[in-house]
Design a protein around this ligand. Structure first.
Ligand code: CTP
Length: 433
């Protein structure tokens, strides 16, 4: 008992160090009903920084969230960024977001499922029900943040032992059947926390997948979970875990993971906002679709990504990357000069070129892979100092001729055939073509 109190007290100490922690503790000081739960309690007990803070209260979550956001705004006023509250009445939750973090507030609840795979129906619940509704024992731990029980830990059976043993254990045998998105959560926790399911949970997961549980969930919810997997610190690890569980194979026949290839492609992708790692990973999952019937597969990929509610810009870039990567890898085999590399790559998304580098390497075509990497690191940044106006001023007629001449000058510049400066570029652009 003493040990539990010490662990609770240590947890509150760590909470006080986190953004929003002191404000949360102050607000909860006089209340008996505020507890930190779920991933936040789990991670603080493990000595990890939680992704966000999860809090349960009695009464409406939004009322507590509104109070919290006002307190945070007062304290962080100098940042000039005001927080906001996003409430979901159906689930009795309210998320507080402000400049330094996120706190999820939920009304203590009990849940039931109208049918397997449905979103849960939610009603007010006791503290015990609120723990028992959860996915894994390690997420069913709560610590009281105020009142007479301040610092007291509550947990379902096995939770603290499972935490110490890095074990994922469902609370009920029908947990995956009721909410198959938990299969994807299991994979994420395996990759992130390096926790493993106990034998019974592993068997239940396999049985749920074999029984087609994933087909009972909307594609939109699966898509949301996939995006969370892609946002993990080790997204390829999360995808590997999904593949090992059999989740990827159950989602769609076109989806398949080649983890070493995905990692190599991520390594080739340059850092920066113009490169989209999520798109690269999604496209890598869809590469095998190439061996399918040809004409319809682009449409099929779009339909699949639409089902997952991938935003249009990402969807298009994913489809193009999946289609172009093998073609770029193939064509780079025949490229000799930098301008030929440009011809092959400049219309392709960066993700397609990074995938092409990984594909070429995997097929033992290191030269083509090097060219793809050279494009990503260096050649794509080569620009002319002159533009169309310079050519018009030099007497070139407006029209396609201008573009053709600029392309010629760029090709010569890429191939290192031009001296420094605008004059050299201009005379290359005005050469007889
Ligand atoms: N939960 C659940 N089943 C789900 C989703 C969530 O039982 N399909 C419960 C879990 O107990 C989880 C809590 O709701 O701990 C909050 O969910 P979420 O915020 O998604 O997870 P975290 O606990 O914050 O864990 P992490 O963010 O580290 O993934």
């Amino acid at each position: 008992m003493g040990e539990m109190r010490d662990r609770g007290a240590a947890l509150l100490g760590r909470l006080r160090e986190l953004p929003g922690g002191p404000e949360l503790l102050d607000l909860a000081a006089e209340r008996d009903d505020v507890e930190l739960v779920g991933g936040a309690a789990r991670d603080l007990l493990l000595g990890r920084d939680p992704r966000e803070l999860d809090v349960v209260v009695d009464g409406t979550a939004q009322a507590f969230a509104d109070l919290l956001v006002c307190t945070l705004d007062d304290r962080f006023a100098e940042d000039g960024v005001r927080g906001g509250v996003q409430a979901h009445e159906r689930f009795g939750t309210a998320a507080v977001r402000w400049s330094a973090g996120r706190i999820d507030v939920a009304t203590r609840r009990a849940e039931s499922y109208a049918f397997p795979g449905a979103l849960p129906d939610v009603r007010a619940g006791t503290p015990e029900q609120d723990l028992r509704r959860r996915d894994f024992t390690v997420n069913a731990i709560a610590v009281s943040l105020g009142g007479a029980r301040r610092g007291e830990l509550r947990a379902v059976a096995h939770a603290l032992d499972d935490l110490a043993a890095s074990r994922l254990r469902v609370l009920r045998d029908d947990s995956f059947a009721e909410d198959p998105t938990r299969l994807l959560r299991l994979a994420r926790y395996r990759a992130r926390l390096r926790f493993e399911p106990d034998a019974h949970t592993a068997r239940l997961a396999a049985e749920a997948i074999a029984a087609g549980a994933l087909a009972t969930v909307s594609h939109a919810r699966i898509g949301a979970e996939l995006r969370l997997a892609l946002a993990e610190p080790d997204p390829v690890g999360a995808l590997e875990s999904l593949a090992q569980l059999g989740v990827l194979a159950a989602l769609h026949e076109a989806i398949e993971l080649d983890a070493p290839l995905a990692r190599a492609a991520l390594d080739a992708l340059p850092p920066g906002a113009d490169a989209w790692p999520d798109v690269l990973l999604l496209a890598s999952l869809l590469l095998p679709a190439h061996s399918y019937d040809t004409t319809a597969y682009e449409t099929r990929l779009r339909a699949l990504l639409d089902g997952f509610e991938i935003p249009a810009a990402e969807r298009e870039r994913t489809v193009h990357s999946a289609i172009l990567a093998p073609r770029v890898a193939e064509r780079l085999q025949h490229a000799q000069t930098s301008s030929q590399v440009y011809e092959t790559t400049h219309d392709a998304p960066l993700e397609a070129v990074a995938l092409a580098a990984a594909l070429a390497d995997a097929e033992g075509r290191g030269d083509a892979a090097d060219l793809a990497r050279r494009w990503l690191c260096e050649l794509r940044h080569v620009r002319l100092a002159i533009n169309g106006d310079d050519l018009l001023a030099a007497g070139v007629a407006a029209g396609p001729e201008v573009g053709r001449r600029l392309a010629h000058a760029l090709a010569r510049k890429l191939d290192g055939e031009l001296g420094q400066g605008r004059e050299a570029e201009l005379s290359a652009a005005l050469e007889d073509l």
